[in-house]
Structures are given as structure tokens and as C-alpha cells.
Design a protein around this ligand. Sequence first.
Ligand SMILES: O=C(O)CCC(=O)C(=O)O
Length: 164
Amino acid sequence: MSAEAHPIGESLDMIDAQVTLYRDFLSAAESDTYLDTLVSEINWKQETIRVPGGPVPLPRLTAWYGDAGTTYSYSGITVQPNAWIMPLITLKQRIEAVAGVTFNSVLLNYYRDGSDSVGWHSDDEPELGINPVIASLSLGAARAFQFKHRGRSGAATKHRINAR
Ligand SMILES: O=C(O)CCC(=O)C(=O)O
């Protein structure tokens, strides 16, 4: 996609957050190609978290890439950045062109099958700054992406992302 032909964003109705969903950010063919490339080229790690019963593996593989010095700590895990690789740089630039902001790092999550998952979290670690802007890109199978307000009870809003 050229820099001029930006995908169409859909503003999601959300309290205290601004979320724009781009359903067709990548074509199906691009999505499949990037998925294959990243599955094989990313330096995936099996991290563990400490729980009262002892360390348990995260139910997914993860990888942290970023500019030099972008150390990140989450869920008791501290990671040093891998150096950017070309497919990540290309995706980052395409996302930045649409989002209108720049990003210095990315946390990749690899859900190997339907048993892998990520828990509720807020992306509010100090490294991310005040009112951080994040971009989340899904490749592969269609999946649910859910949001819920931290301070208000009520059902989570669920958005189905068709990534292929
Ligand atoms: O897309 C995902 O599965 C995880 C995304 C995420 O952790 C986030 O957007 O903060």
C-alpha cells in the first residue's frame, strides 16, 4: 500500500480511551507472508512469571524489539531489546504513517494455537509514559480483541478482528 492510500479507520465507542480499528490494514496475502516471516525470524522466548505456587510459563511466546536502551518490565519480567529487523521496520513505518506517531519498540506475542492467550492488562507501565499510544497488529487467524474499563463495572466490549 502506498503512503497515500491509507486504510479506513473505524472509531470504537469507548469511555476514557480513543481506539481506532483498521480492519484491512494488511491484505490477506501480506498478513500470511508477514506471519510466516515473523514466526521464523523472530527471536521468540518462553518467559515465566512467578505466582504463589512457583514459576509458570506464559501461555504464549514473546519477543521484545526496539531502539537501544528501551528496556521494558511487565508482569515481573524485564526484557532488553533485540535489534530491529527489516520486516518489523517496514510494518512499524506503515503503522506510523497511519497513526501519526512514532514508536520506539514492540512487544510481539505469538499465540501458537487456541490454547495460548494473554490476560487482562493495561499497558500502563512507567516506560510507556502518561496516556501512552499503542498500536496492536494482528496476523493470522481471526481473533477476539477485548477492552474493559478499569474503574467501571460492566461487560467487556469485544471486537472481532478478522486478520485474514
Ligand atoms: O494483540 C494481542 O493479542 C495483545 C495486544 C496487547 O497486549 C496490547 O495491545 O496491549
